[in-house]
Ligand binder design. Structure first.
Ligand code: ATP
Ligand code: MG
Length: 285
């Protein structure tokens, strides 16, 4: 639990395109629907996907008049001065300021990080009460966590990202006495059961044991996610056919269930009365 009041969830993985921004907004919106006060912070100043996702949400609200909950959103820019040391200090200060101002305003903060190493990403990882790492469902994507012996399937060496996380966890434990609950989540799991799928599951379990983290049930590959970003919506929002360009399907319902299971697996502290205002989904026949 965070010392400062708000529980901080960081979504991180140095592998690009693993589903961090999609996961960050889905976690935030689901927690809002549950009645929590939630802030989102985007430290991916190059792509700003989460910031654009939240802006698209605001535009949809303004143009359609629909009532969906909004997180309090903050974008933290990279400092671009001449001095690296000065830039690091500036970034640390603006990060601390943002967290201080949110600490009493919200119950949870969800931070989206970029798919590369950097000072803001490291600062974010050092703040994580919970670190969620989405991993695409392929052996190549596991390489960002650990190098795997091709014959035995055993992790033989932790990768740079995992080492950064371990360092951030150790520093945080030493300075605050709080640990980071690190949770790996398989993302874009193929609906067709395959040899690759069971190999990935087996390997990810071994990596988790080696890194001292947990593995949550994953999120399947679903076409729906492609149509959600432009309208700033999530599977938890009311999704009428006109907005979506097609009727919601059973796949949406299943996607909701997967994210609900993920949040349950995160064992977040209970902050407010648990409700779930996600609208019932009207399926096509
Ligand atoms: N479960 C899923 N099923 C299908 N597509 C998905 C799923 N999750 C994410 N995607 C798609 O994968 C792409 C990458 O997702 P996203 O932008 O969330 O990844 P990211 O890790 O934030 O990327 P980056 O490292 O570039 O910031 C997007 O097109 C998104 O719509
Ligand atoms: Mg992203």
């Amino acid at each position: 639990m965070a010392q400062n009041g708000a529980h901080i969830i960081v979504v991180g993985n140095e592998k690009g395109g693993s589903g961090k921004s999609t996961t960050a907004l889905h976690l935030a919106v689901y927690l809002l629907h549950q009645g929590h006060r939630v802030a989102t912070i985007d430290v991916d100043s190059r792509q700003q996907t989460l910031t654009r996702y939240v802006r698209n949400r605001r535009t949809t609200i303004d143009t359609t008049g629909r009532q969906v909950p909004m997180p309090k959103h903050v974008h933290l820019p990279t400092a671009w001065g001449d001095s690296i040391r000065e830039n690091k200090r500036t970034e640390r200060d603006i990060f601390a300021k943002a967290i201080t101002s949110l600490r009493d305003e919200v119950d949870l903060v969800v931070i989206d990080t970029p798919g590369f190493d950097g000072n803001l990403a490291r600062l974010a990882h050092g703040l994580a009460d919970t670190l969620v790492t989405p991993v695409n469902d392929s052996m190549i994507d596991l390489d960002v966590l650990a190098r795997i012996d091709p014959l035995s399937g055993e992790p033989i060496e932790t990768s740079p990202y995992s080492r950064n996380v371990q360092r951030a966890r150790a520093d945080r434990l030493a300075s605050t006495g709080s640990g980071t609950d690190w949770v790996l989540v398989r993302n874009r799991i193929s609906n067709l059961g395959s040899r690759n799928a069971s190999q990935v599951q087996d390997t990810i379990d071994r990596i988790a044991a080696r890194l001292g983290c947990r593995v949550a049930d994953g999120i399947a590959e679903r076409v729906i996610f492609r149509s959600l970003f432009p309208i700033g919506m999530t599977v938890f929002d009311p999704l009428e056919a006109d907005l979506l360009g097609g009727a919601p399907s059973m796949s949406h319902v299943n996607a909701r269930q997967e994210y609900r299971s993920l949040v349950a697996a995160l064992n977040l502290p209970n902050r407010t009365a648990q409700t779930d205002t996600a609208a019932p989904m009207l399926l096509s026949a």
